[in-house]
Ligand binder design. Structure first.
Ligand code: HEC
Ligand code: HEC
Length: 171
């Protein structure tokens, strides 16, 4: 190959790689489970009323919208002081579904239209497609409460592990 041709081939491969990255590619790559993440303030402030939702379950724009509307958080006032809010926001953004490379976060992220900023994981297309065999009455069982209570059925949900071996639907 001539030198200039090699150069063109190189450019073409670089730009296709970055196109893949920009389109949120790697849907088949990455780890299957979400990575273990930890932040003391997040754990303290975001697990008082419900389970701790792994940051890889929503894109950064969703977390930002949520964190800047905590005074009206699903009908509750979950306000924080500015320093705590900013620390948790940064942590959530850094580990969000669009900033990670694991199969579930990638798929979840791809199921959300670019124009949408959902606040509920349980309303994403990825979630509904994975739970089409779980009936609405099952989600409403006393032992479960709602679709948002992932940990009722996914024992290791707070660690970001949704593998099938960890699923048990309570009666
Ligand atoms: C004062 C109580 C309270 C606190 C504190 C709180 N939340 Fe919530 N949160 C709620 C309620 C109530 C809902 C709605 C639950 C439902 O409908 O089942 C909710 C729902 C959510 C959902 C949507 C779940 C889904 O998929 O439907 C996310 C995500 C969430 N909270 C994240 C957070 C984060 C992050 C924090 C910490 C900054 C936090 N919450 C702190 C009360 C709280
Ligand atoms: C009523 C019990 C129940 C609740 C609550 C629940 N799930 Fe599930 N989930 C299931 C079942 C059952 C499956 C397996 C479906 C299958 O194997 O086809 C599943 C599958 C999944 C999968 C796909 C696993 C795989 O390997 O394909 C993910 C990811 C997931 N759930 C995330 C969540 C999240 C996040 C929440 C909370 C916002 C949640 N689930 C709430 C029962 C539940």
């Amino acid at each position: 190959m001539k030198k200039w041709m090699q150069f063109l081939v190189l450019i073409a491969s670089i730009s296709s790689t970055s196109a893949l990255l920009a389109s949120g590619g790697f849907s088949e790559g990455g780890d299957k489970q979400m990575p273990t993440v930890a932040n003391a303030k997040w754990k303290a402030e975001c697990s008082g009323c419900h389970m701790l939702y792994h940051p890889g379950l929503l894109p950064e724009r969703s977390w930002n919208k949520m964190m800047f509307g905590l005074d009206k958080h699903f009908g509750e006032n979950a306000s924080l002081d500015a320093a705590t809010r900013d620390e948790i926001s940064r942590f959530l953004a850094l580990n969000s579904a669009d900033k990670q490379d694991n199969r579930r976060s990638n798929r979840l992220n791809q199921s959300i239209p670019a124009s949408a900023t959902p606040l509920r994981i349980s309303e994403t297309r990825y979630f509904t497609s994975k739970h089409d065999e779980v009936s609405a009455t099952t989600f409403k069982r006393k032992s479960i409460g709602s679709a948002a209570n992932c940990v009722a059925c996914h024992q290791a949900a707070e660690k970001g592990d949704f593998s099938e071996s960890q699923i048990r639907i309570p009666r």
